[in-house]
Design a protein around this ligand. Structure first.
Ligand code: GDP
Length: 445
């Protein structure tokens, strides 16, 4: 996400780094690049203008602090302004504060990811908020739209309203509300019909459904990959219905980012969630400071840490931490780490998340490592005996041949893995010497 913008700002600030003071010309040079980058990222022009004016004014007026470089200072100012533009520090959550069933109406164009987002939200509300959720599709236009939601509902373990053919959207909404009341449902998600374009009939239908169901939240689902179009769509919807927020989907793709940046400024509506993949748990609360951090290439460490926490089996992690604190790191530990990396989305995901990781990824790739080799390495460890895993120094030429055969690889692959393990083992010993977690922090810092 935002790769171009991030790279661009990175090069601007690199040229500012190490200079003695923040001169007006430096700021103007930097802002010219920021402006081009934002326009290329498909941010709406008025938003770009406002942003540049604000940041230029702030940056030029400021005294250069002794403790930071001019570049760092500009980054901070640009970062704060980006966070503001993306909605500020506090993203309002979804408002469930009403008598049940609380109705959430999902609106958006066809293909925006509306039905998927409905199911993702249903799963989130059920699992993270402990709510009893019912979902109902009001889409009578698109063939099989209602069945699609029913299938997704089954996958996430959230109930859907039984389908009765031939009912109108408002009739389905009424039936959904009654059913929700009867079965003590906390939250009712209404997945309204999409269209290819914004049109009058669609708006009328949405208004009629809203009149019947008085939604507490009306969430617009837009595809971030459509850039400026997404912003236009949001503007049309915002003019017709009382939107309470936006869900930006496909933030995992190479979205030009402009959608996120302009959306709030143009519509005045908060972006509440970001869809980050096709899987039904790939939805995140939208975090302006994180996204701004990522735009600036400062690395999205918070989100990496969260992903890591979710991927790690707690028992595994505790065992590993204990072993690491003793400086122990055998092939089983390596395997646990490799699997964790796969769960977190492989090498590509690492590169996008943390500063410096791009280089680490390039180095790994230069040494012939990629997502497929992660799997191959796992297979090689799988072909070792328990004894060999605990004591890799036992692996002599004969054993290496056996392991290579067993895993369908070459002896040189086995050697590569052994070398990697040795390097990591050395690092673990160092960590132990430096004093556990403090040592770990020092390695990353
Ligand atoms: P609808 O017509 O608006 O209901 O769109 P769907 O929910 O059917 O989604 C259309 C396609 O987009 C499906 O293949 C989804 O899996 C995919 N999709 C939805 N959200 C995301 C997302 O956040 N990331 C990615 N990569 N794909 C998504």
């Amino acid at each position: 996400m935002f790769d171009n913008l991030s790279d661009r700002l990175g090069s601007v600030f690199a040229s500012l780094k190490g200079r003695g003071s923040l001169k007006e010309q430096d700021v103007r040079d930097a802002m010219r690049e920021v402006r081009i980058a934002l326009l290329e990222a498909d941010v709406a022009l008025p938003v770009v203008r406002r942003f540049i004016d604000e940041v230029t004014e702030k940056a030029i007026g400021q005294n250069v602090l002794k403790s930071v470089t001019p570049g760092q200072q500009v980054i901070k100012i640009v970062n704060d302004a980006l966070v503001d533009m993306l909605g500020g520090q506090d993203v309002p959550g979804i408002d469930l504060n009403a008598a049940p069933p609380v109705v959430i109406m999902m609106v958006g164009l066809q293909g925006s990811g509306k039905t998927t987002s409905t199911a993702k939200l249903g799963k989130l509300l059920k699992e993270k908020h402990g709510k009893k959720v019912l979902m109902a599709s009001l889409d009578v236009n698109r063939p099989a739209a209602q069945e699609q939601l029913a299938v997704l509902g089954e996958q996430v373990g959230v109930g859907t309203l039984p389908i009765i053919a031939g009912q109108s959207p408002t009739a389905i909404a009424e039936r959904a509300i009654n059913s929700a009341k009867l079965t003590a449902v906390d939250v009712l998600l209404l997945d309204t019909a999409g269209r290819l374009h914004v049109d009058a009939a669609l708006m009328e239908e949405m208004k009629a459904v809203a009149a019947i169901s008085t939604p507490k939240e009306t969430l617009l689902v837009v595809d971030s990959l459509t850039g400026q179009d997404a912003v236009n769509v949001a503007q049309s919807f915002a003019g017709e219905v009382d939107l309470t927020g936006v869900i930006l989907t496909r933030m995992d793709g190479d979205a030009r980012g402009g959608a996120a940046l302009s959306m709030r400024a143009v519509t005045g509506k908060p972006i509440k969630f970001a869809g980050t993949g096709e899987k039904l748990d790939q939805i995140e609360v939208f975090q302006p400071s994180r996204v701004a951090g990522r735009i600036l290439g400062m690395g999205d460490i918070v989100s990496l840490v969260e992903k890591a926490a979710a991927a790690v089996d707690v028992a595994d992690a505790e065992k590993m931490a204990e072993r690491m604190s003793k400086g122990q790191f055998d092939m089983n530990d390596l395997r646990t780490q490799l699997r964790q990396m796969q769960k977190m989305g492989g090498l590509g995901m690492l590169a996008g998340m943390m500063p410096g990781m791009k280089k680490a990824k390039q180095a790994m790739e230069a040494s012939g490592m990629n997502d497929r080799t992660l799997l191959r390495m796992d297979a090689i460890i799988g072909s070792m005996t328990e004894k060999e895993r605990a004591r890799p120094d036992l692996l002599n030429a004969k054993r290496k041949i056996r392991v290579a055969k067993g895993s369908g690889t070459q002896v040189q692959d086995v050697n590569k893995l052994i070398k990697m393990h040795q390097e990591m083992e050395r690092a673990m010993k160092q960590i132990k010497k430096m004093g556990g977690m403090k040592g770990l922090a020092a390695l990353f810092g």
